[in-house]
Design a protein around this ligand. Structure first.
Ligand code: ADP
Length: 390
C-alpha cells in the first residue's frame, strides 16, 4: 500500500478500524473488542489475507490503538478519520481542533451512548499520534441540508432555539455513499431524487435530491423512525406517561426498553437478527412472521412518507446487512409500495448474489437498486478531502 488513511470507529468497549489506500483500492480492517476486560483482543486481517489475532488482556482503548498503529505503521497512514455519530449542527467533516472536540462534547446529551466512546478514541489518538492530521466525519452532517419544515418538531419554539431540540438524522455517510453511487450507475450524477433504505441493526430511510438529504426517518436521536433490531422506532409519545402511570416505570426503564428490548427482538420475542427471524418464520413461528411484516410495512410507509421531500423519484436503493442480503425483506417491502410506478423484478431480486451491486426493477418506473454500503470508504474520502483543503 502506498499512503493510506486509518479509519477508526470507537464504541464503549470496541474499536472498528480500517486502513484504506488513497486510491481506495486496497484495504485491511479489523476489530479490537472486549476492551478493559481480560478478554480484550484484536482480530482482523493483514495484507496477503493473513489473519491477525492478538490477545491483549485488560488493554484499554489507548493501549489497543498503540498496538494497532505499531502493526500498521509500515503502511504509512497519513491521516486518521474518526467516525462520530453526533456532530450537532456541524455540516461537514472537520479537522479535529480543540473547538471541534468541544462541539462533539457538547453534542453528547444527544448521543449519550456513542459520543463519549468516540471522544475516548479521539483523545487517545491525539496523544499517541500528535503529528498525524485527524478528521471527524459525522453521521449527522449529510442531513444538515434538510429544510426547516423537515427538521423541526411541532414543539414550543424555545426547545429548538435554546436547547437544539430538532431532527438531526443519522447513517449520513451510508445514505450519501449509496445515493451518489446510484446516481453514477443510473447516469444521472448529482441530479434526481433517490429514496435510500439503510437496513442494519440500526435502520433508517432518507430522501436525497440532487445529492442533498432533504428528509430522513431518524430524528433527535437514532430511536425515531422505522423498526430496528432492538429499537422500537416511532411510538406514541404518550407511551411514556402510560407506562409510568400504569406500570410505575421510570424514564430510564422506558428508555432502555425502547432502545434495547423492542424492534424485531421485542415483536418476535426471539431475536434481533433478521436471518434468525426469516428461518423461524419459514418454520411457522408466528411472532417472527409478524415481526418481519411490521418491519416491511413500516419501512414502506416511511419511504412513501419521505418521498414528499422529492419533486421526482428516480429510484430506490436498499443497503445495510438486511437491505443487501435479504431478497425476502425487499420483496415484502415492495409489495407494500405498489405506488409511484415501482415494479420489482421478482426473479432478478431473488437471483442477485448476496452482498453485490445490482438493479432489480422491471425497467419501467423508478429504478430499484441494491448497493452494498461503504461507510469506511466514504469516511476515508471525506478525511482526504479535508486534508487536501487544509
Ligand atoms: P450494523 O448496523 O451492526 O452494521 P449490518 O448492516 O451488518 O448491521 O446488518 C445486520 C443485519 O443484517 C442483521 O439483522 C442480520 O441478520 C442481517 N442480515 C445479514 N445477512 C442476512 C441475510 N442473508 N438475510 C437476512 N438478513 C441478513
Amino acid at each position: 500500500m502506498s499512503t493510506s488513511t486509518l479509519i477508526i470507529n470507537c464504541g464503549s468497549s470496541s474499536i472498528k478500524y480500517a486502513l484504506i489506500s488513497d486510491q481506495l483500492d486496497t484495504r485491511i480492517s479489523g476489530l479490537a473488542e472486549n476492551l478493559g476486560s481480560e478478554h480484550a483482543r484484536i482480530r482482523g486481517m493483514t495484507f496477503g489475507e493473513q489473519p491477525l489475532d492478538l490477545s491483549l488482556p485488560y488493554a484499554d482503548h489507548e493501549q489497543a490503538l498503540e498496538v494497532l498503529l505499531q502493526r500498521l505503521s509500515q503502511h504509512q497512514p497519513t491521516a486518521i478519520g474518526h467516525r462520530v455519530v453526533h456532530g450537532g449542527t456541524l455540516t461537514k467533516a472537520e479537522l479535529l481542533t480543540p473547538e471541534i472536540i468541544q462541539s462533539i462534547r457538547q453534542a453528547t446529551p444527544l448521543a449519550p451512548l456513542h459520543n463519549p466512546a468516540h471522544l475516548i478514541g479521539i483523545e487517545a489518538t491525539m496523544r499517541l499520534f500528535p503529528e498525524l492530521p485527524q478528521v471527524a466525519v459525522f453521521d449527522t452532517a449529510f442531513h444538515q441540508t434538510m429544510p426547516a419544515h423537515a427538521y423541526r418538531y411541532a414543539l414550543p419554539k424555545f426547545l429548538f432555539s435554546e436547547h437544539n431540540v430538532r431532527r438531526y438524522g443519522f447513517h449520513g455517510t451510508s445514505h450519501a455513499y449509496v445515493s451518489e453511487r446510484a446516481s453514477q450507475l443510473a447516469g444521472a450524477i448529482k441530479h434526481g431524487g433517490w429514496l435510500t433504505a439503510h437496513l442494519g441493526n440500526g435502520s433508517s430511510t432518507c430522501a436525497v435530491w440532487n445529492g442533498k438529504s432533504v428528509d430522513t426517518s431518524m430524528g433527535l436521536t437514532p430511536l425515531e423512525g422505522i423498526v430496528m433490531g432492538t429499537r422500537s422506532g416511532d411510538v406514541d409519545p404518550s407511551l411514556h406517561q402510560f407506562l409510568a402511570n400504569n406500570l410505575g416505570w421510570s424514564l430510564e426503564r422506558i428508555d432502555k426498553m425502547l432502545n434495547s428490548e423492542s424492534g424485531l427482538l421485542g415483536l418476535s420475542n426471539l431475536s434481533n437478527d433478521m436471518r434468525t427471524l426469516v428461518e423461524a418464520s419459514e418454520q411457522g413461528h408466528a411472532d417472527a412472521t409478524l415481526a418481519i411484516e411490521v418491519f416491511a410495512y413500516r419501512l414502506a410507509k416511511s419511504l412513501a412518507a419521505i418521498s414528499c421531500g422529492l419533486p421526482q423519484i428516480h429510484g430506490l436503493v436498499f443497503t445495510g446487512g438486511i437491505g443487501e442480503n435479504s431478497a425476502y425483506v425487499r420483496e415484502k417491502t415492495m409489495a407494500y409500495l405498489p405506488h409511484f410506478g415501482f415494479s420489482l423484478d421478482l426473479e432478478q431480486n431473488k437471483s442477485l448474489p448476496r452482498g453485490t451491486e445490482g438493479r432489480i426493477d422491471q425497467g419501467k418506473g423508478p429504478q430499484i437498486w441494491v448497493i452494498p454500503t461503504d461507510e469506511e470508504g466514504r469516511i476515508a474520502q471525506e478525511t482526504q478531502h479535508v486534508i487536501r483543503h487544509l
